[in-house]
Every structure is written in C-alpha cells, then in structure tokens.
Design a binder for this molecule. Structure first.
Ligand code: AHM
Ligand code: MG
Length: 346
C-alpha cells in the first residue's frame, strides 16, 4: 500500500475558505503562553451574538421586528425593536460566558452589574448603531470595547472599573451588517477583519492585518447642519471641495468608518447647535473605533486631544469625533485650530 502525502490543490474551482475566527482567536491566544483564554472566550461570545443579530437583521422586513419599539432610551432617542433585540442578545451572550462582570450599553441608562464578581472584564457596547437605517435596508453595526476591571477579581464592581479611558482597552471591535457581514477587531496587535459565510455559519479571515491608507479623498459629515459648524470646520469642508474630494455619508458610523478605513478618508461628527458636545458616545462608540483606527495606522481626535486619552466622567458622555486617515485628520485639525485661535484673539 502506498501512502500519499496531502498536497493542497489550490484551484479556482474549489476556493479555500481559509481561517475561521475561532481558529484565529485560538492561534493568537497560543502566542501568549500565560493567557487564560477568557478574553478569547469573550470574543467568541460576541461573535455568536453577532451571528444571531445578523439573522434578526436579515429577516427584519419579514418578522415584524422592524420599526420603533415605542420607547426612548436614556439619550432621548427612539428605540427601534431591533435595538432592543440586539441589546438582549449581546447582554445574554456576555452574561452566559462568565468572563464579564459589568456591561455599559447605549440602550441601558445604568451600568448592568452582572453580579459575577469573578468576571475579569467590563464591556461597553452599542448593540445596534445607526438603527434608524434598519427600515430602509441600509448597513448598520455593533460596536464594542473590552476593558480589564481595575478592582480585584472577586470584589464588587466599582465606578473606576467602568470609567476607564480608551487607552486602557484590551480589545475592541465592530460588526458591520452590510452587503456582507463582517467582524473587525483588535487586541492591540493590529486589526483583522472576518467575513461571515452564511451557509457555513462561520466568520472567516478575509482582511488580515488591515492598514488604513495614510491619506484619501473621501470626507464623511452631515453637511445638512453645516450652518452650525465652526468657521475652521467650514473652511476645511470648503478645502475638501476645492480638492474635489468625494462626500460620502451613510449616517451609520460603522459603515462610514469601515469604508474610510479601507479606502482612505475622514469621518467627522463635530459640535453642532443641536449636539454642542458632538453626538457620538465616548464609551461605546468613539473609543472602540479610535483604538481600531490607531491600530490600523489611522487617527482619532475630538479636535483637541486624542480620543483614547479622554478621561470619561459620565456613562453616556458624548464627544466630537474626527477619525480616519492620518494626514486628513491632521489637515482638518490645522483648519480647526487656526480659526479657534483667531476667535480667541478677538
Ligand atoms: P445612534 O447610536 O442613535 O444610532 O446614533 C449614531 C449614529 C451614527 O451611526 C451616525 O454616524 C450618526 O448617528 C448620524 O447622525 P446624524 O443623523 O445626526 O448625521
Ligand atoms: Mg450608536
């Protein structure tokens, strides 16, 4: 009997589906011999909830789960049914896993204490961002940040476990429910993206070691409220137009961010008359994307300081956000700072 070694046959007829998210997480864990595996499990829990939310979003038009829920959340925004469903799904997954002691969610007024003092991690999450886009079949997303608690494991959670600046994140990511569903995450060693293969029920590595272009020609901002922009920001937008940059704004942060990360561009949500401190939330929107941006070689600031260095003072704190290709963020900042110093001189 002859024994024949297996030689992979890389034909285009049977394309290779590659590395699953599970296998990738396990491989990364093995790189750290003292890792306990809890963070890996936590990432898997999030991926599982993402698959369920993906299923719910895909059938939203059929299952009477589109539309408003009839309540507003703590920020006074109308909750969609899918906001509530996604919040339940992620909370359940994070509770069952046992690695998490507390959750901060856009959909809950207070911190959720999971009464699991042996959990090492705190998760801040926007379960379904851009949810006003659900009913019109436009991409939406989930955004999450993971922190290690600072108080000893085994003791009750404290505010200091929750109110950590973004530079303390141990992992962060987003799920984009778009033309395909993707999960993109970082643990501080680069950024990797996984595409969901529906028929196999698995995320596969599709975007290894993602790097943002240093520059780009896309600017993403809600220009409908430009009459309340600062002079510096208005000048920057005029500059973008003079350079024939493309305006692209979906109104779903994850989708706008993801496109700009791949193609090169800047996303801006500034201070406006309606949202004097910006609209986006520091703990579960800006921080996660800022961590990913920096890990991919891009930048994120509030116009004055690095997003990741902002010390949070309240749970649902908002922040202006300038995020994207490094040189575009620098350019935007140079316009903004010029005008604010002129105004200060008056
Ligand atoms: P949400 O968390 O209530 O969904 O709001 C966040 C969304 C972002 O996804 C998006 O970029 C922004 O709000 C759009 O706001 P606007 O309609 O003011 O431009
Ligand atoms: Mg949101």
């Amino acid at each position: 009997m002859k024994i024949k070694p297996y030689i992979p046959n890389d034909t285009s007829l049977a394309y290779s589906v590659g590395v699953t998210l599970d296998r990738f997480i396990k491989k990364k864990q093995d790189d750290f011999p003292f890792a306990s595996g809890e963070l890996s499990q936590l990432l898997r829990d999030i991926a599982l909830a993402a698959k369920i939310v993906n299923r719910e979003t895909n059938r939203a038009g059929l299952a009477n789960i589109g539309g408003a829920f009839g309540h507003t959340n703590v920020q006074g925004e109308e909750q969609q049914k899918l906001d509530v469903i996604a919040n339940i799904r992620f909370t359940r997954a994070l509770t069952k896993g046992g690695e998490v002691c507390a959750i901060v969610s856009e959909e809950d007024d207070e911190v959720i204490d999971l009464q699991n003092s042996s959990g090492k991690y705190v998760v801040a999450i926007d379960p379904l961002d851009g949810s006003s886009n659900i009913d019109v079949n436009i991409s939406i997303g989930t955004i999450f940040s993971i922190y290690r608690r600072v108080t000893p494991v085994g003791s009750p959670i404290q505010l200091e476990d929750i109110m950590q600046p973004g530079n303390q994140q141990v992992a962060a990511g987003y799920v984009l429910y778009g033309s395909s569903t993707m999960l993109v995450y970082t643990t501080g060693c680069g950024v990797n993206g996984f595409t969901y293969e529906q028929s196999l029920g698995e995320f596969f590595l599709s975007h290894p070691d993602m790097k943002a272009p240093l520059s780009g020609n896309i600017y993403s901002i809600n220009e409908g409220v430009s009459n309340t922009f600062s002079q510096g920001l208005s000048d920057y937008i005029t500059y973008c137009k003079s350079k024939n940059y493309s305006a692209r704004y979906i109104g779903s942060l994850v989708a706008d961010f993801h496109r700009n990360l791949l193609k090169g561009g800047i996303y801006i949500y500034p201070e406006t008359k309606k949202n004097p401190k910006g609209k986006l939330r520091l703990l579960y929107e800006a921080n996660a994307l800022a961590f990913i941006a920096e890990q991919a070689g891009a930048d994120a600031t509030d116009g004055i300081q690095r997003i990741l260095d902002i010390q949070p003072t309240s749970l649902h704190q908002r922040t202006p956000l300038y995020i994207g290709s490094k040189s575009m963020v620098d350019e935007a900042l140079s316009f903004i700072s010029k005008k604010s110093s002129v105004q200060e001189n008056h």
